[in-house]
Design a protein around this ligand. Structure first.
Ligand code: SF4
Length: 199
C-alpha cells in the first residue's frame, strides 16, 4: 500500500483514477489546484464536483483555494499560447509534486491521464521528468481505458460535467460556433438595413 497524491483536474475525470488506485490497494488523497479554470464561478462549480466525487469514493481532498490565482496561469502561457497546454500541465504538475514531496507521499499522479481529449503522452513525459529519481515517484497509468465508466458514473451521481477544458481560450474554442452564428446574423441584419437605407 502506498500513499498517493492524485492531482484532480475535475470531478468526472477523477472517478476512474481514484477507483483504480484504490483497487490496487493504495491510500489516495486528492489535490485540487487548477488556476487554469476560468472564470471563478466555473472554478467553484468544478471544486464542488471534486468534493462530490471525493465524498462518494471516501477520500480527502486538499483544496488550495487561497492559491487560486489565474494570473499565475496567464503568466505561464503568455506569448506562448500556441503551446499553452504544455505550460498549463507543467504548472499544475509542479505544484502537485511540491505538495507530494512536502507531505512525504510515495507517489503523485493526475486525473488528466483519464481524459481522451488531453495530450496524454505530454503529461506522462512531464510527470516522469519532474519526478526524476526523487523520493516521490510519478505514477503513470493509462486511465483512459475507463472513459465510458467515468462518464456513466458521473451522470449517475449527478456530478457537474463541464463543457470546456478550463481556460478562456478553450472556452472560446468551445463556443466559437455561437459567435459565428450571431456574426452571420449581424452581417445579414446589417445588409438588410443597408438595403432599406438605400431604398
Ligand atoms: S486547453 Fe486545457 S490543458 Fe490546454 S491550456 Fe487550456 S485549460 Fe490548460
Amino acid at each position: 500500500m502506498a500513499r498517493v497524491l492524485l492531482h484532480m483536474c475535475c470531478g468526472p475525470c477523477a472517478i476512474v483514477p481514484v477507483r483504480r488506485l484504490q483497487e490496487e490497494g493504495h491510500e489516495v488523497t486528492g489535490f485540487f489546484w487548477n488556476p487554469n479554470i476560468h472564470p471563478l464561478r466555473e472554478y467553484l462549480r468544478r471544486r464542488e464536483a471534486v468534493l462530490d466525487v471525493a465524498r462518494e469514493l471516501g477520500i480527502s481532498v486538499i483544496c488550495k483555494d487561497n492559491e487560486y490565482d489565474p494570473k499565475l496561469w496567464f503568466r505561464a502561457v503568455s506569448f506562448r499560447e500556441e503551446n499553452r497546454c504544455f505550460h498549463c500541465y507543467a504548472l499544475r504538475l509542479e505544484r502537485a509534486m511540491s505538495i507530494a514531496r512536502r507531505g512525504r507521499f510515495d507517489a503523485m499522479t493526475t486525473s488528466i491521464l483519464y481524459s481522451r481529449k488531453q495530450r496524454h503522452e505530454m503529461v506522462r513525459q512531464l510527470g516522469e521528468d519532474m519526478a526524476g529519481g526523487g523520493s516521490v515517484r510519478f505514477w503513470y497509468r493509462d486511465f483512459r481505458e475507463g472513459w465510458q465508466e467515468g462518464i456513466e458514473t458521473s451522470k449517475n451521481w449527478g456530478v457537474y460535467r463541464q463543457q470546456y477544458c478550463g481556460c478562456l481560450y478553450s472556452e472560446g474554442e468551445r463556443y466559437a460556433s455561437e459567435l459565428r452564428e450571431v456574426s452571420g446574423c449581424a452581417a445579414r441584419s446589417h445588409g438588410q438595413e443597408d438595403g432599406e437605407d438605400r431604398g
